[in-house]
Design a protein around this ligand. Sequence first.
Ligand SMILES: C=C(O[C@H]1C=CC=C(C(=O)O)[C@@H]1O)C(=O)O
Length: 436
Amino acid sequence: MLKQSKIYLLTRELTTRISLGQLLSWFSHHPTSKRFLWETPNQQRQVLAWGVFQSAFQTAPVNFEQGEQLLNRVLARLVKLDQAEERDLKLVGGMSFASEPKLPTHWGSLNDGAVWVPQVVFEKTGQKIRCSVLGWTSKTVNDQLKQILIDLSKETELVAQSADLSHFEESSVSQWEAAVAQAVVTIHQTTLDKVVLGRFAHGEVTEAISEAMWLQLREKQPGSYHILLQSDDVTFLCATPERLLAFTPDRLETMALAGTAKRGRTPEEDYSRQEILRHDPKNLREHAFVVQSLVTLLNANGLRVQYSETPEILQTPSVAHLKTPIKAVGPINGIKLLNQMHPTPALGGVPRDVAVALLTKLESEQRGLFGAPIGLLNGIGDGEFAVGIRSCFLRGNQAEFFAGAGIVADSIPAKEAAETRAKFSAILSIFNKENG
Ligand SMILES: C=C(O[C@H]1C=CC=C(C(=O)O)[C@@H]1O)C(=O)O
């Protein structure tokens, strides 16, 4: 019976001026099982999704291919009301790094990722805000939208706020350096060329309003994606500079991001470190694996690929990276490509299967959403996905952190450990660190 029912999508562009802070205040006052906050690095677009309309996954871990099928099923039954367009229909979420089902871990309800069609979506582009509501009858969507507009007009601005972090402890550096040394030996002795090894850290946090922490993230880490994904009692927060894939049905943009140096303390030191990075053979090699793998994959899909031979520098507040933007045109099956791309050698290695098997063996914990695709797809086939690095997940008062580094033949364990420490500092910047 339900199968044949229509699904109603009601969208309205807000006519009164509502700020991002007010929208987030509304979120903080309306608890729900799943929330997704997303902002592009240029801060021109925010998508804030509330609640689950459908999330019909029978098998774990979830992936975006299943998600796309779900979105298509909703599309097939969609009745658009008022200003609704197919692009207002969204699929959001993140999948777990590993494609194999895993034993339960501390990731709780995010153990296998979470991908869903939300019930309410606010999409802010510049000053314009569209609010979309999905439901089973036109009355329910009209009533819900009306209520949201009334509630929103009463919301005061939510402001950025950090949480206190105590008992911060990185997983054993000496053990990790031994794992790096082992990876280097494996690279010399086998077909493995590169593997990205992750390190974990742990801490305890005071209770915090997660939307206020997301605001803190965008203040402290400009130029990155700002993402919050909450599922029940688990919240994933991420300020990643790494785009995995942005696509429309006929063009895409991705990037190779690999090769890292710490930022300098003065503009002069910054400049000289960047110059060293640009010419450093180890970092250039680490980077080239990612470029080569992405370009080969896109060519194999029959796309016309465009990229520069010389990497640029991308700066975050704590590190500088080698970055090669890559564009391609042609008929794009974005989700199929996404599945082929993940994990790129920026998070997995070369050859991929050998690298993933090794990192799974050597890392002390399961990655969960760390390093995995996280993003959104809409009803006209446009999607954008980032890589879940510079991130933490929070559950109760427990916080878990992740930072990885690309290991190649001439990697020096102590230097790689220092690099991961600098990478931890991105997400740590949103906390008041009390000790440790
Ligand atoms: C794996 C991470 O970074 C990747 C992205 C950029 C640069 C990287 C590197 O230089 O090793 C990593 O490949 C991380 O931040 O946890």
